[in-house]
Design a protein around this ligand. Structure first.
Ligand SMILES: NC(=O)c1ccc[n+]([C@@H]2O[C@H](COP(=O)([O-])OP(=O)(O)OC[C@H]3O[C@@H](n4cnc5c(N)ncnc54)[C@H](OP(=O)(O)O)[C@@H]3O)[C@@H](O)[C@H]2O)c1
Length: 277
């Protein structure tokens, strides 16, 4: 029988029940972190936590919290602060989609802004006491997206929310550089994490498929780079090529190209915005 290490480092991962968050949970456990996992009520987060405990001999505490609800963020943060120091915070929970802005529901826009922007800022702020350690260092990984590097028509609030995360991360990185908290921003390209996201990526054509990585690759690159202190992490060769190409081209060209690719996807399915990546 495996015993858990009471003095191990501790990591909190939001959106940990599936997709990239689940993979971060597995890989952090493999590195010996005790875990706090967060996902929505009625997700499989408790079962996943138990499986990770049994497989990797770490201690896992899972929480069912809706991070779009300020009261639930405060309750979660106070439980984490009460349990002592935190070594790693991964703000991974996020959502987005594609569709015409004028057809987007107010609930959809509100959800993207609340989860991607507000929840990340509030949770990070509330967890500063647990992250700030007198003689050590801790890491915060904010999961942004390649979409942070250009506005994209028909994605409206999603790229804007991910650009917020990049700016937020770099500002805090500077502010806390002498306080031992190292902030990193992660910019995955397409990931085949859920059926809606996968369908939309496949419809976006060659470039999206060229940049697609699986979640174990993205989690491994992100954790390795963040723990080495890298500020901006772009996982994968395809995404690196795309990033450098985007820097070379005039920004209006990039905006036109990426918008056309999303337009192609939505014209095939004529969807209203979906809650995915
Ligand atoms: N997929 C992509 O292609 C892609 C590309 C670039 C960046 N990203 C970013 O990477 C991150 C992970 O994406 P993913 O595709 O792995 O997501 P996903 O498979 O849709 O999983 C999202 C996770 O967030 C949780 N979650 C959703 N709403 C929540 C809320 N209100 N409160 C608490 N937890 C909530 C979900 O919990 P439940 O299980 O309870 O629903 C789930 O664990 C996101 O920030 C996304 O924007 C994704």
């Amino acid at each position: 029988m495996k015993t858990t290490n009471q003095t191990a480092k501790k990591a909190l991962i939001t959106g940990a029940s599936k997709g990239l968050g689940k993979e971060f949970a597995i890989q952090a456990a493999k590195r010996g972190y005790n875990l706090f996992l967060v996902a929505l009520p009625n997700s499989n987060v408790h079962r996943l936590g138990k499986e990770i405990e049994d497989s990797y001999g770490v201690r896992v505490t899972s929480y069912e919290s809706d991070l779009t609800d300020f009261a639930q963020i405060k309750e979660l943060a106070s439980k984490i602060n009460e349990s002592g120091n935190l070594d790693l915070l991964i703000n991974n929970a996020g959502c987005g989609g594609s569709g015409e802005f004028e057809k987007s529901t107010l609930d959809y826009i509100d959800l993207v802004l609340n989860l991607n922007v507000k929840a990340t800022a509030l949770l990070t702020r509330l967890l500063i006491p647990a992250l700030k350690k007198p003689n050590g260092r801790s890491h915060v990984l904010n999961i942004s997206s390649m979409a942070a590097f250009s506005p994209i028509g028909y994605k409206h609030v999603y790229p804007a929310s991910k650009a917020f995360l990049l700016s937020f991360t770099l500002g805090l990185r500077q502010e806390f550089k002498n306080a031992g908290i190292i902030f990193s921003s992660v910019h995955p390209g397409p990931m085949l994490t859920n059926s809606d996201t996968s369908r939309r990526i496949i419809q976006q054509g060659f470039m999206a498929r060229f940049c697609t990585l699986n979640t174990p690759e993205i989690a491994a690159i992100s954790l390795n780079s963040a723990l080495k202190g890298k500020a901006v992490i772009i996982p994968g060769f395809g995404n690196h090529c795309l990033y450098h190409l985007m820097k070379q081209l005039p920004s209006e060209w990039v905006l036109g190209l990426v918008t056309r690719s999303v337009q192609k996807e939505i014209s095939m399915y004529q969807t209203t915005p979906q809650f995915a990546f």
